[in-house]
Design a protein around this ligand. Structure first.
Ligand SMILES: NC(=O)c1ccc[n+]([C@@H]2O[C@H](COP(=O)([O-])OP(=O)(O)OC[C@H]3O[C@@H](n4cnc5c(N)ncnc54)[C@H](OP(=O)(O)O)[C@@H]3O)[C@@H](O)[C@H]2O)c1
Length: 296
């Protein structure tokens, strides 16, 4: 099969198309012919050599496409979106990819949105569950404009919460377009936010003391990206690809919300050139997800 892969660690230019053996679905998995794949920070970190994995490596943890090796609840020909197994940490930017968890793609959901989102939806869902985000709450999302943050904003709004989202000064209108009240991050950030019921640190830029102050207690804060969390009494939500299988319930719920017109996946740009996609993902500021289109 064709795959976008790299044979040495380095800048986006190490990515190139080549031929690699096809993967096959193990029991409990499914194989798709890939239409679109998302680009995530973990893909950039692995490509740059920050993780010890064997080469060649095919980046991409999120994908959408058409089933060609059936799995539980997914027949050949079904259109689905999902994510790879955590042990692979890649494989999506190829002709065929094996998914470990998935949901049916709503017919009206564009392929770009479907391929971008699975691990981010599960990650955001898990964090909002930990914070017990419910109707009527005010939630602060620190890092609201990026891939995971923009999904967390949408999913919190769908739960009936009011959302305040931090972003770069140039991203205030974008955060507002998501339905959140925008606030610039950085110096004096606290003075721009009133009391909130819960806070999600997506960015991991050292804001935990401020988030504890604005919520009044560490237990009302969860971080996805600051591993000093426990030193502040703050829970770290880990599990890049959605945590334990039993805990995953975000994809089907998000698909239903999409169909009901209450949720969408913010997509910043779609590239056919994976190196260009990685370059775009490495340069801020972010406005949702960067996507690679693999096939028509
Ligand atoms: N724990 C888990 O299970 C899990 C899962 C997925 C991802 N993650 C981690 O979560 C983080 C975010 O992932 P992502 O996909 O959303 O990344 P992303 O798309 O690159 O977005 C990064 C976000 O951080 C914001 N940001 C940058 N500097 C900031 C600052 N000083 N204060 C507040 N926000 C700031 C950016 O805002 P602007 O663009 O407006 O500057 C943007 O919204 C990464 O570290 C990733 O590794 C963890």
């Amino acid at each position: 099969m064709f795959a976008v892969r790299f044979e040495r660690f380095g800048p986006p230019e190490v990515l190139a198309r080549g031929e690699l053996p096809e993967p096959h679905a193990s029991p409990g998995q499914v194989r798709i012919r890939v239409r679109t794949a998302g680009v995530s920070p973990v893909d950039l970190a692995i490509r740059a050599g920050k993780s010890r994995i064997s080469l060649p490596h095919i980046p991409g943890v999120d994908a959408a496409g058409v089933v060609d090796e059936a799995g539980p609840g997914a027949a050949v020909g079904d259109e689905i979106f999902g994510a790879v197994d955590v042990a692979r940490l890649g494989g999506a930017t190829a002709e065929f990819a094996v998914l470990a968890f998935w949901a049916a793609k709503p017919p009206a959901m564009p392929w770009a949105q479907a391929g971008a989102a699975a691990s981010g939806i599960e990650t955001a869902t898990r964090a909002l569950d930990l914070l017990d985000v419910r109707e009527g709450m005010t939630v602060l999302v620190d890092g609201a404009s990026g891939g995971v943050g923009s999904l967390a904003v949408g999913l919190a709004l769908a739960r009936g919460a009011r959302v305040i989202g931090t972003a770069a000064p140039g991203n205030q209108e974008f955060v507002e377009s998501l339905g959140a009240t925008p606030v610039p991050y950085g110096t004096g950030f606290l003075s721009r936010v009133g009391p909130v019921d819960a806070a999600l640190d997506v960015a991991g830029k050292g804001s935990l003391p401020a988030l504890i102050e604005v919520t009044g207690r560490p237990s009302a804060v969860v971080t996805l990206a600051d591993f000093n969390g426990p030193a502040h009494g703050v829970r770290v939500s880990v599990g890049e690809l959605g945590g334990e299988p039993d805990g995953r319930h975000g994809l089907a719920a998000a698909a239903d919300l999409f169909t009901a017109g209450r949720f969408r996946v913010p997509v910043e740009a779609v590239f056919t050139d994976a190196a260009a996609a990685h370059r775009a993902a490495e340069s801020g500021p972010r406005r949702g997800k960067i996507v690679v289109a693999l096939s028509e």
